[in-house]
Structures are given as structure tokens and as C-alpha cells.
Design a protein. Sequence first.
Length: 279
Amino acid sequence: MTLISDGGDAPIPSLSGTISPDEVNMDLTMCGLLVERAEELTQLYADHGNWNDVKNIWFDERLSNRSTRGSSQKIFRVLTSRFKNAPTTLPNPSLLPQVFEQCETTRDKAQILYLYLVTDDTLVRYVVTEYSDRLVSEEPKPLDFSNETLLNILNSLTYSDGSSFDYAESTTERWCEGIRSVMREVGVLEGQQAVTGGTPSVGTVPLLVAMDYSYETGDEEWIASPRGFLYLFQPENRWEELFDRAASTSAWEYLELHGDLDLRPTEKPYSWISRGGVS
């Protein structure tokens, strides 16, 4: 049996006109996903249970290198913001070490951390949503992350008060490099010089996180607009394959209800984490 989505146009509404200038920042110019450091922070949080202890330990271990203390403070603030502000629709940060243990590659971990970035950083979410819409609309070169294309998207952002995106050119260019760095880490761009990319392959663990996130974020019709897939630039013609892959694990299953085929977690979303496997 297979499950077919009804699909739809522009599954994620644009954020332009809905967000205030106060919600937008340039934090991506300070650090990207930084997988190893993010892993370290989540392990400390899992071990100690509060961010104050994590902060003290983080900086105690860096006192011997005072030249990097300022940089460490910025990185700590930006990375922990993504975890502190994580919605309940994503795994609790204390569970991430268990999630990462099940990942096969660094890219798997990056794709999971990417979802925390997108949900925390409003400007990143706006841009990702615009690219997702370009992909759904089947525009030519939908995943073109050149400065020209990025600047066109950024300059099209209108805030809820009627004002427009307005940052210094040098800052905006650093931000553009930051988003390209993220896209390289999650597999959209290949190579340091590439600016045009394609749909990334998704490992089993990030697939399950994206599935559970989509299920928790959406309503009963979530399957027609799986947000985790859209954020990871998965076109609709791949969804059926991804649904089948998820259902082949112990975390998800197909159910036949009243003649219709439904796809549901076998238990609660993310329960596969505590079970210690995705077999």
C-alpha cells in the first residue's frame, strides 16, 4: 500500500508582511550549525539539566584561551538560543545526544540541527520558506543561493509595520555566506564554490525527526504539507518514497481506516528516541 498526498500550492505561507523588525537579526553571521559544538552543548545539557551549569562549564573550559572568550560568548548565545527556544514539536534538547548517537553521518546531525535553526531564526525561516515555494512552483533553478538571488529575496521582505529589510551591504553579504554554509552542511550545495544546489538526500534519523516534526506541527491534513520535508526542500514527488521509508521502521506505520490509508507514529512522536533505535 502507498499513501498519496493531495498536495497544494504554496504549502507554507510567506512570512513577508507578518513579522516585525524586532524579530529579525543577523545571528547567522556569527555562526552556522557548528555541529561539534552544538553536540557538546546538548551533551552538557543532558548531563546537568540546566543552562546555567552548561554556561559555567562551557566558559571554565575556555578560560585558558582568553583571545577566544568573546567569540565563545557569541557562539554560546546563538547556539543555546536555538535550543532554549525550540518548540515542543522538536525533540527536547536533552534528548539530542541520544538522537545523534543513532545518526550515521555528520550530515544527518546537521539536518536535525538545521530544523532548530529554522524554527528559531525568523530571517532564516523567511528565506527557507521562499525557497521552498520556488521549489513547489517548479521555478527554474529554484535552489540558487547566489548573492543576487538571496538579495532579491531579502529585499522583498516587508515587515508588519510596512518597513523593509535594511542592513548594511557588508553585513548582508556575510549573512548570505552564512546561509550558503548551512546549505552545504545539510547537503543542498556541494563544494565550497557552488551557489546552485539540489534536493538533499535525507538519512533515516533526520527523516524520522522531520516526520515527527511535520506531524506535530500540522493538523489532520499535515500529510498534504509536511513542514519538515518542505524545510529540507523535498519536492512532492519524493514524499511517497519518504513516507514508505518511515513506515519501514518501527517508528511509523500505515493504517487502513474506513477504506482510506493513513500514516501514523506507532506510539507517540519521538518515542523511538527513548526506545534506543529506529529499526
